[in-house]
Write a protein that binds this ligand. Structure first.
Ligand code: AKB
Length: 322
């Protein structure tokens, strides 16, 4: 039976986009998943296995055009500036993170799209939020432009669901760790870079202080959660802002110790920069019981399994292809 889902992924060349497009194409078929990004396809070195459009989400007319041309009914809107990059250009970060969302929400309001996925983040929480086992509903006073935009976006998603009956689903991602793609300007990026440096030189300089504990998740679990929430029956989605999502928590010191089980010589020094204040404002662990009870969320990877899998895959990537 042909897939009823005709999907557009906006921001397909980012850390999540590259892996999500691959998974969505496995599930729905390459012809039913259009990847798009502001980057010209010619400048992208990833291998392409399906449809691709150059698209700036801030250009509403062009988003309409691509949606119409491909008969799209579902959009995954991943284009955003992350926490560290957003602090360097707050005005652009606000524009991209908010107006990109409005362009897509309004198409759902007009009945052009039947379902939207939009990612939120642990950045919606702030220094006054309880740090341990942070509840789904709690104090939220984000102190970064990224966090403010994600919190406002959550409010708008819920507003559009209640007022216009659109179907928009969202997760508060923790820091994401993967080997297939590079992270794109976040505070949690250290947890990916350390693997690359450990393998390359055995030396890593961390931009966070060694005991800074943050919630993290291995990318296969993040992709699974994204697919699961989008495939859940609409009646099971009881939260229309964004769901808390938990994998495991660790500090740079704990991650380095885990990597040393495979690369005993790894040396890490810490030189905290402006990202330390961002990390200090975020939770250390997350209560995701609503995601578990509403639509059956369960992560598969712990820190040990993630570390082994990262190192196996990064090592394989380095081997010359025969
Ligand atoms: C970031 O560090 O900005 C992101 C996030 C936690 O949303 N990885």
């Amino acid at each position: 039976m042909p897939s009823k889902e005709k999907i557009l992924v906006i921001g397909s060349q980012g850390q999540i986009g590259i892996e999500l497009v691959e998974r969505l194409r496995q599930i729905y078929g390459a012809d039913n998943v259009v990847a798009s990004d502001v980057k010209e396809i010619a400048r992208i070195d990833q291998s392409h296995t399906g449809l691709y459009e150059t698209l700036n989400v801030l250009n509403a007319n062009r988003v309409h055009e691509v949606v119409k041309d491909h008969g799209i009914n579902e959009v995954y809107l991943l284009a955003a500036l992350l926490s560290a990059t957003a602090e360097k250009d707050p005005a652009f970060a606000w524009d991209l993170n908010m107006n990109g969302l409005f362009n897509v929400l309004n198409m759902a309001k007009e009945g052009i799209l039947s379902k939207i996925y939009w990612p939120s983040s642990i950045a919606v929480f702030g220094p006054t939020t309880p740090k341990k086992n942070t509840p789904q509903f709690t104090i939220m006073e984000p102190s970064t432009v990224y966090g403010i935009s994600k919190q406002a976006g959550e409010r708008w998603c819920e507003y559009y669901v209640n007022k216009y009956k659109v179907d928009v689903r969202s997760l508060r991602y923790p820091g994401l760790i993967g080997w297939k793609s590079a992270p794109g300007g976040g505070t949690t990026d250290y947890a990916v870079q350390i693997f690359h440096d450990a393998l390359k030189t055995g030396l890593y300089t961390c931009f966070l202080e060694e005991n800074t504990e943050l919630p993290m998740m291995y990318m296969p679990d993040a992709i699974k959660a994204t697919v699961d929430i989008m495939q859940a029956e609409r009646s099971k989605i009881g939260i229309h802002s964004a769901y808390n999502l938990n994998g495991f928590s660790f500090s740079p010191k704990e991650l380095a110790e885990e990597i040393r089980k495979h690369i005993p010589g790894l040396k890490m020094t810490c030189k905290p920069d402006f990202r330390q204040a961002i990390a200090d404002s975020w939770p250390q662990s997350i209560d995701d019981s609503r995601a578990r009870s509403d639509w059956g969320w369960k992560p598969e990877f712990n820190i040990g399994q993630m570390t082994s899998d990262m190192l196996i895959n990064l090592n394989n990537q380095k081997k010359p292809k025969s």
